[in-house]
Design a protein around this ligand. Structure first.
Ligand SMILES: [Zn+2]
Length: 435
């Protein structure tokens, strides 16, 4: 990277702090755009979506970027390279939120790269590749129940059957796109040819406590866990709490309890994450033996084989428990996503940048796994994708008390600056990294 202005380390640190402080202010400002007066709620194809895109485009333009909205509603900015035939390195994350969400989830990954562009402008940096920043329109799936709509449109994963997805008011995705001024049938034009891309980097709050425990401001993500979700219905026989003897009971809730403890044991042994988050008990009365119970299971790992083997072992034991207790069990899988490995090349370069910036754990920068899904999963279908996590307070996310520190944002900007300065763009790295 050509830098026409000499700057000392101290000057650079002062600039990083200045831009980090702008990032914090911008997150506050963007976090005010909400469908609710009481909490943050910003969904796809709403007037708040449009307002967020306008504000982000304004910031991009001030950073001397050309801006446009694509056919699915993502907002884009480009810092154009003068190099002929230049490819693009893309930064970005999502601008939609969950209901009652926090102001950093997603937004940080759009605003921090804009701050980085201001820094490059201040330092008169010319790059031999374009930098694109994208604010994805829908990652959380809050409105239509299907996640990653914005990023999946770029990787040609847009499904025609999504036209009929409905929101809480019964408005279909096609109708909502119409009202927003977009055309469902033209979304395909948002697809990005992989040969134009150098890679994708998503900056995101960690949404977990690992960096805080390690006392690190940032960490490079090695993989995004794949998840499977299942729903179970366990049926026994309801009966009077005072008349049915213990040895002959078919108590669905007691059987379910044993299954939940078995899930925890299997997950711990296999080193995967398993959560039973929903539980229904019927008839749920104080003097009735439970006749039916339903529960969910969410199981995740960065290794699909490990996860699936663990799930098989769990299911076998659930069936044994059901048989021993004379219960029936019905199992339905409702969701399956494969784990995605981040690009080794992006990981190495983010790690090298972290080392230059003196963020290290013993002698190597720290890498961690993302348990949550991210736009980077969809982007990995069309280019080398990587993620940089920023520490968040107590790991709290999807909640108004989501918090980050300005000094950690400054460290993230420093790492991204070093990453860009030494970015190896010479070889074509547009390969699929999904697994
Ligand atoms: Zn997010």
């Amino acid at each position: 990277m050509a830098i026409n202005r000499h700057q000392t380390v101290k000057e650079l640190e002062a600039l990083l702090d200045e831009y980090a402080s702008w990032v914090m202010d911008a997150c506050d400002e963007l976090g005010e755009i909400s469908q609710s007066d009481e909490y943050l709620d910003r969904r796809y194809l709403t007037k708040e979506h449009r307002a967020a895109n306008s504000l982000v485009a304004y910031w991009m333009q001030r950073a001397k970027m050309e801006t446009w909205q694509d056919s699915v509603g993502n907002i884009w900015g480009r810092r154009e390279s003068k190099e002929e035939g230049a490819k693009s390195l893309v930064f970005g994350s999502h601008l939609d939120t969950v209901v009652n969400g926090g102001k950093y989830d997603g937004m940080l990954g759009v605003i921090a790269p804009i701050a980085l562009m201001n820094l490059l402008n201040e330092l008169d940096c010319e790059l031999p590749f374009h930098i694109d920043i994208v604010g994805f329109c829908d990652e959380e799936g809050t409105r239509f129940g299907s996640t990653l709509l914005g990023s999946r449109a770029l990787s040609c994963k847009w499904q025609t059957e999504w036209a009929d997805l409905k929101d809480e008011q019964g408005i279909t995705l096609r109708q909502a796109m119409d009202a927003f001024g977009l055309d469902f049938d033209k979304v395909v034009s948002a697809t990005i040819p992989r040969e134009t891309l150098l890679g994708f980097v998503e900056v995101h709050i960690e949404q977990g406590p690992v960096l805080e425990q390690k006392d690190l401001p940032v960490g490079t993500v090695s993989a995004i866990a794949g998840a499977k979700r299942l729903q179970f219905t366990v049926e026994g026989m309801a009966g009077h709490a005072g008349t049915v003897p213990m040895p002959i009971r078919q108590d669905a809730l007691v059987g379910t309890s044993e299954m939940i403890l078995t899930a925890e044991k299997c997950a711990k042994e296999a080193n995967v994450l398993a959560t039973v988050g929903q539980l229904n008990n019927l008839p749920n009365a104080v003097n009735v033996i439970p006749g039916k119970s339903q529960f969910s299971l969410d199981i995740r790992s960065d290794n699909d084989t490990l996860r699936d083997n663990c799930l098989d072992a769990m299911l076998m034991q659930f069936k044994e428990i059901a048989a021993r207790r004379a219960l029936s069990i019905d199992i339905k899988q409702t969701h399956a996503a494969s784990a995605v490995s981040c690009s080794p090349r992006i990981i190495d370069q983010l790690q090298a940048a972290s080392l230059t910036y003196s963020i290290s754990d013993v002698d190597r920068p720290f890498t961690l796994i993302s348990g949550a899904g991210h736009d980077a999963m969809a982007m990995a279908d069309i280019c080398d994708a990587g993620m940089l996590f920023v520490r968040c307070e107590k790991g709290i996310s999807h909640h108004p008390s989501e918090a980050i520190r300005a000094e950690d944002v400054s460290a993230a900007l420093g790492v991204l600056y070093e990453f860009l300065k030494d970015f190896d763009y010479s070889t074509d790295i547009a390969t699929t990294t999904g697994s």
